[in-house]
Ligand binder design. Structure first.
Ligand SMILES: C[S@@+](CC[C@H](N)C(=O)[O-])C[C@H]1O[C@@H](n2cnc3c(N)ncnc32)[C@H](O)[C@@H]1O
Length: 226
């Protein structure tokens, strides 16, 4: 992919720079740290703890991209012996040639996750694939705007490009769509803490919290369906 370049972020983990958008896929201050903090700790672990540690979790992700969030969710599933069904949408899948160069398994400190990472990417699209007894992935090649399902989820990872780069994904209408995709008690988590986002999340029914962000970022936002 000519317009995609691999970069190293401040925690040593890779990210990608999209030259067309002039935007990175993760925080320059640390891709791995950001994903762990925003999506795994403040999203997945928070939902599971407040829900009484259920043994099954249904996650929906907006923007599969490098698959870093999926890999961390798979690691969480194995470590906690919890079954995760991970549904993710991505209109612009990355090439395997790029994926193979990403240092996520070694940055996590678990080289054995390399196989999982490759399987997450080589698994078929538009079909649920069991990666191991604890983790299944269902990748859908579509945009959030076009995505349709009757399913509801426990946790929603909202990992679109920043509002300044892709404003059309951060509208009140799409926040309503995210709200409708979640069960009662469901959790929406994202790295952005824009005032307009918080107002839109509130207006569609979320209980909104502003939380400390990952290293290098002051704040992030979480919404809960009550
Ligand atoms: C900030 S990146 C993060 C991706 C990923 N979660 C990761 O850790 O690499 C945003 C992703 O959203 C995808 N995207 C772009 N437009 C989209 C849309 N309309 N609906 C859903 N995803 C979209 C991009 O292609 C990109 O992969």
């Amino acid at each position: 992919m000519e317009n995609i370049k691999i970069i190293t972020t401040e925690d040593g983990s890779h990210s990608l720079y999209h030259e067309g958008l002039k935007e990175t896929y993760h925080s320059f201050h640390g891709a791995l740290q950001e994903s762990i903090h925003v999506f795994i700790e403040k999203g997945l672990r928070f939902w599971r703890t407040k829900s009484g540690l259920p043994k099954q979790v249904n996650i929906f992700e907006v923007g599969f991209g490098t698959g870093l969030n999926a890999l961390l969710a798979a690691q969480f599933a194995i470590e906690n012996e919890v079954h995760i069904n991970f549904t993710t949408i991505e209109p612009f899948p990355l090439e395997m040639e790029v994926i193979k160069q990403l240092n996520y398994a070694s940055s996590i400190g678990q080289d054995d996750l390399n196989n999982v990472f490759e399987e997450l990417h080589s698994s078929k699209w538009e079909e649920k694939v069991e990666i191991n007894p604890y983790f299944s992935i269902y990748k859908i090649n579509t945009k959030l705007e076009d995505f349709q399902t009757n399913q509801k989820f426990d946790v929603l990872f909202f990992d679109a490009f920043a509002p300044s780069k892709q404003a059309e994904l951060w509208t009140a209408d799409l926040m309503q769509k995210c709200f409708n995709l979640l069960k009662i008690g469901g959790v929406f988590t994202t790295y952005s803490a824009k005032g307009q986002l918080k107002r839109d999340l509130k207006s569609v029914g979320f209980e909104v919290e502003t939380l400390p962000g990952p290293p290098g970022k002051k704040e992030m936002v979480r919404g809960v369906v009550n």
